[in-house]
Ligand binder design. Structure first.
Ligand SMILES: C[S@@+](CC[C@H](N)C(=O)[O-])C[C@H]1O[C@@H](n2cnc3c(N)ncnc32)[C@H](O)[C@@H]1O
Length: 191
């Protein structure tokens, strides 16, 4: 069974930060296993090298064997309980502090027939949420993944940016794309 990772874009625009995260997701799951939904027609080309792009929303697709990743879900994703799912749906939502809890009202409640799962209660960026779900789906237990909450990225000798999210650790380093670090160095005010 082919497993599809689906990002329902829920930001008012396709911000550069979104494109960086979506490209990073493509590197995790592979272009042929990734869909972007709810994409403005003008932006389709910008994402087509990273996955399959739909202007249609996932809310209108009525998919079977679907799981919405929602921090407010009651059930933790495990290698066993992830097996029955074919479609993993994520909110294409940028992180915010404190979390605005947009996933349930803007995504989950519209997806009929879907179950929900969490990967803990802390907030991951969408690309890191995909990374964790991909790891669990491939057999790793949530409790065997190491995390760091809140990281600080040095911008220059004086300034740094605090990212108040949960990061999976890979080889003792928090997982963050090089491209995002470059972007933050150029745009420390996220402009
Ligand atoms: C940056 S998060 C959005 C968090 C945001 N504060 C909210 O309003 O829900 C982007 C997406 O990653 C997934 N995600 C992030 N952290 C998660 C968690 N702890 N459990 C399940 N899904 C998570 C969800 O699909 C979420 O919509």
């Amino acid at each position: 069974m082919k497993h599809i990772f689906i990002i329902e874009h829920l930001e008012p625009k396709l911000w550069p930060w979104c494109i960086i995260e979506y490209k990073s997701i493509s590197g995790i799951v592979g272009k042929s296993n990734l869909w972007f939904t709810n994409i403005d027609k003008r932006d389709i080309k910008k994402l087509s090298k990273y996955g399959k792009v739909f202007s249609e929303s996932i809310k209108d697709m009525n998919l079977e064997n679907a799981c919405v990743l929602d921090p407010d879900s009651e059930v933790l994703l495990s290698p066993q309980n992830s097996k029955k799912f074919q479609h993993f749906i994520f909110g294409g939502i940028l992180g915010d502090n404190p979390p605005k809890k947009r996933t349930s009202p803007e995504l989950t409640r519209f997806i009929k027939n879907a179950e929900t799962r969490n990967i803990g209660k802390e907030q991951f960026s969408t690309d890191n949420a995909v990374y964790v779900v991909h790891e669990i789906h491939n057999g790793k237990k949530f409790s065997d993944i190491k995390f760091k909450d809140t990281i600080e990225i040095g911008i220059n000798k004086i300034e740094s940016v605090i990212l108040p999210y949960r990061y999976p650790m890979i080889n003792k380093k928090p997982r963050i794309s090089k491209e995002l670090i470059t972007y933050l160095k150029k745009h420390p005010g996220f402009d």
